[in-house]
Ligand binder design. Sequence first.
Ligand code: TYD
Length: 232
Amino acid sequence: MLNCHRDARWRLGPAENSLLRVSPLSRPLFVVFEGIDGSGKTTQASRLAERLAARGIAVRRLVEPTRGPIGEEIRRRARDGPPLAPREELELFLEDRRANVRENILPALARNEALVQDRSFLSTVAYQGARPELGLSREDLLRLHGEMPKPDVIVLLDLDVDTGLARVASRGKHDAFEERAYLARVLENFRALVGEVGGTVVRRVDAARSPDLVEASVWKIVEPLVVARLLP
Ligand code: TYD
């Protein structure tokens, strides 16, 4: 039987979670994971979402590129070619993100949900900022995102390019984004963004360690934000 002691929402473990009423937070929480390919974003975003759900918090997992038509088109072209021209690529990422904000992010924020997302505008700043053909600076790329809701924290899973590429290769997946020299420039861009970007805090986590240790570091960053949003 469910033991309804005080603070039950916070204390009950995952096994009992299914019995619990899902509680909204006092205000929304928006966490984004960033990093180069192979840095472990998907694993860590899923673990964080599970942790939050186990506490009875309404969680939404999102990804960019999205699973919508534009995101799938970006993936298909990266996988099967012909490669997108840099301008076209940038425009598709922006359009995909606008759709995600409109259809997923804003409604979830309005319901005080916790949003855990793989990639957002920092990917555009780091990846498209590493395409000299575009000729756009970090500031130019950031300016394109002035209107979007800002994450409460961006967690950069920091991993060197060789380890990232080895992890991607072991999954038997390869696409046009995963060229070594390009990824090295992307990583450099990401690292230059640690601290604060356009009003959003960017925290670095060493992603070369075991998934459990990375998860613990991520939780240290996110837990205070969760606690500050728990209803009394
Ligand atoms: P990725 O997260 O690897 O998606 P999946 O593994 O599901 O295919 O994203 C695909 C690639 O898109 C990745 O290499 C980074 C790139 N990308 C950009 O260049 N700019 C962006 O704004 C985004 C969101 C992703």
